[in-house]
Design a protein around this ligand. Structure first.
Ligand SMILES: Cc1cc2nc3c(=O)[nH]c(=O)nc-3n(C[C@H](O)[C@H](O)[C@H](O)COP(=O)(O)OP(=O)(O)OC[C@H]3O[C@@H](n4cnc5c(N)ncnc54)[C@H](O)[C@@H]3O)c2cc1C
Length: 492
């Protein structure tokens, strides 16, 4: 069997039969396809990818065109790629599993968090680390404390500030890295320039996916099971297109949750701190690979006070602000210039799931005939308020321990709130829930009300934390592969 076929070179057949058809070959789709093909050598897996190995043409990129509501989304054009390997052609490799509190409900919010435990995701993190080529799975700051003691603040155990640790993928470009493995997997067919534009349904069952190159004929993939792995926005769009003219008062593709809670991580830089020299709450090298400690709220404050799980990085800054200059080098205050540095703070904010932050369909259609989308991105006011409380909590900690001082140079304001830009993480619009009244997919990632339609994407995240999403996306794909492989009725 030829396992990688480029439909732009012409069709050799008009239909294919599969046990599982996966649509979209980014990190979610590629890891799912290869895990599944290896777990079930008796199955035929078809992976259909809209792009090819090269960068998309202007005509292909036009398919992603989205109109915007009142708020700009500065990263709109760069936040998605249409090529084999998906957006990992672009990603930075920042990686970290979600924290314990990310899986817990925030009582101040109106929607539940994850319907599965942290353990149900973290048991698949070791495989996800392999896919993303991260050598160490140790995400505990305490493990590096001895070796890098002077780079970390001596924080109080019961204080308001905690620390967490990021690691980094090289970053793995999934299209390049796994091309040969896709080609070598003889129970897997990977179709390139295979834009999925329609799912054919019989009642609550999808029977086939129609795919085609932009200027060519249709190939129909008949399959027992389908997984959408087209990235958070396109997956949501295909599901909304499936709804047709039916109303959004049902479940799954008819759920009012579909397209709501659109979120992306974003940052603010509230000000500067004066603190001991040599702190490294930014990326640096360790014998286990590059790492980055960050500062967060203590879990207690997230749980008891409904704080968001946001984080702070510090960057040594050459130009001290005036207030800090007053302290820096002031012998009486104890802050000797040679021993204290100025740092600017950069935060990554956990967005609160906000139902009025939406992707909706417009009447305009793209070259594939799919209705286009409008993005109305609305970060919640609470996102900022909580982030500034975290900044102040760091100030209190520095003050109480005598470790330093803080200067709020950019207070929370309309202008700060209006000018934030995203981090290219498309979260929340097909949220996972235990009950169809709270989300779009169930805890096995199956679309509610559909027999054989699944989603592999960060759009299923019901609570977002601050961790970049790809490691968790891949862990969820590994988990989904295991679920489908063990599900006997998937096979023909
Ligand atoms: C500049 C930048 C930096 C980033 N940095 C980080 C980082 O440091 N850490 C991190 O965790 N994340 C980062 N990300 C986000 C990361 O790239 C995404 O989380 C990840 O790629 C999502 O994986 P995915 O497989 O769900 O979607 P994608 O990677 O977007 O893949 C979706 C695939 O589906 C295909 N597709 C779309 N429509 C169709 C269709 N109709 N038919 C068939 N196929 C289709 C696309 O061509 C694409 O190949 C970054 C993103 C950007 C843009």
């Amino acid at each position: 069997m030829t396992v990688i076929q480029d439909l732009e070179q012409g069709l050799t057949t008009q239909s294919l039969t599969a046990d599982v058809c996966i649509i979209g070959a980014g990190p979610a789709g590629i890891s799912l396809a290869l895990e599944l093909a290896r777990a079930r050598p008796d199955w035929h897996i078809v992976l259909t990818e809209a792009g090819g190995p090269q960068n998309a043409s202007q005509t292909e990129r036009d398919i992603y065109k989205v109109s915007l509501g009142d708020k700009s989304y500065g990263v709109l054009d760069v936040s998605r790629r249409r090529k084999l390997g998906g957006t990992t052609a672009h990603w930075g490799g920042w990686s970290k599993p979600l924290d314990d509190t990310d899986f817990e409900d925030n009582n101040a919010w109106d929607v539940p968090a994850w319907p599965i435990t942290k353990q149900e995701v973290s048991s698949h993190i070791p495989r996800a680390l392999k896919w993303t080529e991260i050598d160490s799975g140790d995400f505990h700051v305490n493990s590096i404390r001895k070796t890098h003691n002077g780079k970390l603040l001596p924080l109080r155990k019961d204080g308001a500030i905690n620390e967490q640790l990021f690691r980094f993928s090289p970053p793995t470009r999934f299209g390049d890295k796994y091309y040969d493995e896709l080609k070598a997997q003889d129970n897997l067919t990977c179709l390139l320039h295979a834009n999925c534009y329609e799912l054919v349904r019989d009642g609550d069952k999808v029977t086939s996916a129609k795919v085609r190159p932009l200027n060519g004929n249709t190939l129909e993939v008949n399959s027992q099971t389908f997984t959408l792995a087209m990235g958070g926005m396109e997956t949501t769009r295909l599901l909304m297109n499936l709804r047709g003219d039916k109303s959004a008062d049902g479940e799954g593709i008819y759920s009012d949750h579909l397209g709501r809670y659109f979120a992306d991580h974003f940052g603010v830089r509230p000000g500067e701190i004066l603190a001991p020299e040599g702190l490294k709450y930014s990326r640096f090298g360790d014998q286990s690979g590059p790492i980055m400690p960050v500062l967060t709220f203590a879990a207690r404050d997230i749980r008891n006070n409904g704080e968001h799980n946001s984080c702070m990085m510090l960057q040594a800054s050459a130009a001290p602000e005036s207030l800090l200059a007053g302290y820096g080098g002031t012998k009486a205050a104890g802050f000797y210039a040679s021993q204290y540095w100025h740092y600017s703070t950069q935060m990554i904010i956990e967005p609160r799931p906000n139902p009025t932050s939406t992707l909706t369909l417009t009447d305009e259609r793209c070259a594939l005939g799919l209705r286009r989308m409008k993005l109305d991105w609305q970060p919640h006011e609470d996102d900022f308020a909580s982030a500034y409380r975290l900044f102040n909590a760091l100030g209190d900690e520095l003050g109480q321990t005598g470790l330093g001082r803080l200067n709020l140079s950019r207070p929370n304001s309309n202008s700060i709130r209006e000018n934030v830009s995203g981090a290219c993480h498309h979260l929340g619009t097909t949220r996972m829930a235990a009950d169809s009244r709270d989300g779009v997919v169930d805890s096995n990632l199956k679309v509610f009300g559909q027999q054989n339609l699944y989603v592999a994407s960060s759009s299923v995240f019901p609570r977002y934390g601050y961790s970049n999403p790809t490691l968790t996306i891949v862990a969820l794909s590994v988990r989904l592969a295991q679920h489908l492989a063990n599900k006997s009725e998937v096979a023909a």
